[in-house]
Design a protein around this ligand. Structure first.
Ligand SMILES: [Mn+2]
Length: 430
């Protein structure tokens, strides 16, 4: 039996909060309206925004040193969908799930699709995995991704990696997805281990072959990352390489920016602007990073950077979020994974609302006048605003929760799924 959180459950749990919310909203909206803000437009845009949840983020993440699963983790892809439906019921902003194959390898995609549809959940970009050997993709062990997949010297390895990507596209078609994300671990650990040029050419050729399998309405995302698991060089190491690979792969290829996949202090908002300028910006993986690919809670380390990134997105979308594939790419080993996804989604909603408050005409005037202090005032006026009542209102209009974390706990979802699934269940994946 799937456990559900309904709009009625939420309304009942938040009866007391609702009256306070109305007061907060009226006061907050009145102040913003005085400053010339179209409050209704901000609420509507936040309500429209949806961020996909990855199937691997509803279980407890691992580390190189240990894994400490909590109770009630989903045992199957259906149960991962159930968790995303619970998440979406609370946030109103996680209407899709992104599968990772073969961590998810549904035997009956049509049944899984029907299960998700019944819960109001769609399928985001599907993710291929050629960074670990898995019997279901590498067969009898004669083939290994130890020295790369699409970049491998071995023709048989490359062929298998291409076939896997094509099979993932076929699965995605059956699920109603319209994109595949290709993140490659390919690279080297030792100087001289492989030719930079040879590896790049083989990956470009492989991506072309995967691209040739895309249905007409599909996108393929190239996702760069400077290091890990390859610690000397990665083939798709930065946005420039990602752009080249997307251009070489074909017209439906786009670049995906993962906020944790940059060298320290990279100006990610500028990367966003550059990729948007080329027309090849396709998707986003939200998380935060202190040191590397930490996959920390969105906005928990660099909230101002997130604000500037979302502002660039809005610039690209001419005042609204452009239609890219947005996803939270997180992996947690301490928090309840659903609570972390709620916090990450809430942070994106809050940051979106703040970025929407930026008076872009005034900002442009300040830029034209070479007045950086005024430009800073325009940005700070927006990012210091308390938009929480607006975000809560956007969620309320989606029949979601005013206080998603509090209500998640009030409703006892974790205890209920632990009773149902057991305390020893371990979600597949990392
Ligand atoms: Mn990612």
């Amino acid at each position: 039996m799937a456990l559900r959180i309904t709009a009625d459950d939420i309304r009942e749990a938040e009866a007391v909060l609702a009256a306070h919310h109305q007061d907060d909203l009226e006061h907050g909206a009145a102040r913003l309206a005085r400053e010339g803000i179209d409050v209704e437009a901000v609420i509507a845009e936040v309500a429209r925004c949806s961020i996909g949840a990855p199937s691997w983020a509803v279980g407890t993440g691992g580390t190189r040193f240990g894994r400490f699963p909590r109770g009630g983790e989903p045992r199957t892809t259906e149960e991962k969908v159930d968790d995303v439906a619970a998440l979406n019921a609370l946030t109103g902003a996680n209407r899709t799930i992104s599968l990772h194959v073969p961590w998810d390898d549904p035997a009956d995609p049509a049944a899984l699709r029907a299960h998700a549809e019944a819960l109001g959940i769609g399928f985001d970009a599907v993710n291929s995995n050629t960074f670990q050997d898995n019997p279901s993709t590498t067969g009898d062990g004669a083939i290994s991704y130890k020295f790369g997949s699409l970049a491998s010297n071995d023709r048989g390895v490359r062929k298998l990696a291409i076939e896997h990507n094509r099979a993932v596209i076929d699965l995605g078609v059956a699920l109603g997805s319209t994109a595949i994300t290709v993140w490659l671990a390919d690279g080297t650990n030792h100087p001289g281990q492989a030719s930079f040029l040879g590896q790049f050419e083989r990956v470009a050729e492989g991506l072309r072959e995967v691209h040739a399998h895309l249905p007409a309405d599909w996108r393929m995302f190239t996702e760069h990352k400077p290091f890990e698991p390859a610690f000397y060089s990665s083939v798709n190491n930065d946005w420039g390489s990602s752009l080249l690979l997307a251009e070489l792969a074909g017209p439906q290829a786009r670049c995906l920016v993962d906020l944790g996949h940059h060298l320290p202090n990279a100006n990610i908002e500028q990367v966003v602007s550059r990729l948007a300028m080329t027309g090849r910006l396709g998707g986003f993986h939200f998380n935060d990073s202190k040191y590397g690919d930490d996959d920390l809670t969105v906005g928990s380390i660099h909230p101002y950077q997130l604000f500037l990134i979302v502002l660039e997105l809005i610039e690209h979308g001419d005042g609204a979020l452009p239609p890219l594939a947005y996803m939270v790419d997180a992996s947690h080993n301490l928090k309840d994974p659903l609570e972390d996804l709620i916090q990450s989604t809430d942070q994106i909603q809050v940051t979106l609302a703040q970025a929407l408050l930026v008076d872009r005409d005034q900002l442009r005037e300040a830029q034209d006048d070479d007045d950086p202090a005024r430009a800073a005032e325009v940005l700070q006026a927006a990012c210091r605003s308390d938009v929480r009542p607006l975000v809560a209102e956007a969620r309320r209009r989606n029949d979601a929760a005013l206080d998603p974390i509090g209500t998640f706990r009030r409703l006892g979802y974790r205890a209920a799924v632990t009773a149902e699934r057991g305390s020893g269940a371990v979600a597949t994946g990392l």
